[in-house]
Design a protein around this ligand. Structure first.
Ligand code: IFM
Length: 458
């Protein structure tokens, strides 16, 4: 057995809109994902989060599943539209009551709650006033963050402001494949800036309210050239890395926006949203950084290529389809990307504790005779955990690993077809069945170690 450091934490992660359902219960207001998923053609099969995993009503059973896995931590997100249905204005105490119950349930089972304040479910009234493209949303976010802290801060120690601002900005406002579905590169950059500003304002406000452990969750891309010998591909890597990683991590970690990115963003408008004082706010020191990793990205310079709308201004760059094994999302399975990411960020920021706040894979799981034999997922998790061990041995400060996800759930634009859970959800009955991967994960957690032999391909 190869062991993990004594204090290494095991957990699982979820997000409010993906599992809670109960979208009109107890005063919850509409979010951009309610609007988006109810707009024909936006989500595969017309799926919505209306019911999802009905976690709002079944949270006790779900916490019991976390406990059965032996996990020490559970990462969940708080739905802003439950707490402040109008986005600003009155607090809905009944919405906070739900998270109160959830946190108490977790703690009663010795599971550490880790709260994320924004996992993509912006209150619709704020989107109607400009959403993340306007400064007001960042300010309202900080106010909402404090409301949640005031209710839960006596029991929740670890806070994350945003989950994956790259997705909120570029997928939500650039390519429009996520809510609110806008397709405007200039809006994507304005949104990104206000998300980061909201993060910084919230870190300050949470600290002022007494929080001691506040961070951000990002999904950095591991960008690789299709041809390592091609200087043009290296330029493509630099641009995509800039758009995905540097434009977020540099300002958050105190280096300010990179000059090449400021020039790039200026191609789409005059950056009238930028106030130089914002950089200081965005750079407010954080106590931890959460990394979500799934797959590497390959790029090739191809004159005339249309680029990807997920990367505004990436014309002339091709994003080749992965080679080798892929998940049900079509994402390449490559644990070396996780090691590369941890080395890079850990090397840049040796004093900043890192967490793997999401890692996992969707596969076309089938429940047969009461069992889900998801060998592919076991292999995926095993490979990625070995990558974590390798970098831990090199001294990178990784504090814990949270599998995505506890349950099969609403996978955004892909609806319920993509199953990421350790636990299978039969949606018509809401019956939960731990998959083989859940049993495997439980044994790794119990041993605090991986088996000597890597999980084998089927
Ligand atoms: O389901 C999502 C999650 O909400 C954010 N990170 C990536 C996951 C898989 O796509």
């Amino acid at each position: 057995m190869t062991s993990f450091p004594e204090h290494f934490v095991w957990g699982a992660a979820t997000a409010a809109y993906q599992i809670e359902g109960a979208v009109t219960a107890d005063g919850r207001g509409p979010s951009i994902w309610d609007t988006f998923s109810h707009t024909p053609g936006r989500v595969l099969d017309g799926d919505t989060g209306d019911v999802a995993c009905d976690h709002y009503h079944r949270y006790r059973d779900d916490v019991a599943l976390v406990a059965e896995l032996g996990l020490g931590a559970y990462r969940f997100s708080v739905a802003w539209p439950r707490v402040v249905p109008g986005g600003s204005g009155p607090t809905n105490e009944a919405g906070l009551d739900f998270y109160d119950r959830l946190v108490d349930e977790l703690r009663s089972r010795d599971i550490v709650p880790m709260a994320t304040l924004y996992h993509w479910d912006l209150p619709q009234p704020l989107e109607d006033r400009g959403g993340w493209t306007v400064r007001d949303t960042a300010e309202r976010f900080a106010e909402y963050a404090v409301k949640v802290y005031e209710r839960l801060g006596d029991r929740v120690q670890t806070w994350s402001t945003l989950n994956e601002p790259w997705c909120s900005a570029y997928l939500g406002y650039g390519s429009g494949i996520h809510a609110p579905g806008r397709r405007d590169p200039a809006a994507a950059f304005a949104a990104l800036h206000h998300l980061l500003l909201g993060h910084g304002l919230a870190v300050r406000a949470l600290r002022a309210a007494g929080a001691r452990s506040v961070g951000l969750v990002v999904n950095p891309a591991v960008v690789r050239p299709a041809d390592p010998a091609s200087p043009a591909d290296a330029d493509a890597v630099r641009l995509v890395d800039g758009l995905h990683n540097r434009v977020i991590l540099d300002p958050v970690l105190g280096r300010g926006y990179p000059e090449d990115m400021v020039a790039h963003m200026s191609r789409f408008g005059d950056l009238d949203w930028f106030d130089p004082a914002d950089e200081k706010i965005i750079a407010t020191p954080i106590d931890l950084l959460g990394l979500n990793y799934y797959a590497p990205t390959y790029v090739a310079a191809r004159p005339g290529a249309s680029g990807s709308p997920n990367y505004p201004g990436s014309e002339g760059i091709e994003f080749p389809a992965p080679t080798g094994p892929v998940t049900d999302m079509g994402w390449q399975i490559d644990p070396t990307g996780l090691a590369e990411l941890l080395r890079r960020i850990g090397g840049d920021q040796p004093d900043l504790p890192l967490w793997i706040t999401e890692n996992g894979a969707a596969f076309p799981d089938r429940l047969v005779d009461g069992r889900v034999r998801d060998t592919d997922r076991i292999r995926y998790l095993d490979g990625h955990l070995r990558a974590v061990q390798a970098v831990l041995a090199e001294g990178v400060d990784v504090r814990g690993y949270l599998a995505w996800s506890l349950l099969d759930n609403f996978e955004w634009a892909e609806g319920y077809r993509r199953r990421f859970g350790l636990v299978y959800v039969d949606y018509p009955t809401q019956r939960r069945t731990p998959k083989d991967s859940a049993h495997w994960y439980r044994s790794v957690v119990a041993a605090h170690a991986l088996p000597e032999e890597p999980a084998q391909p089927r």
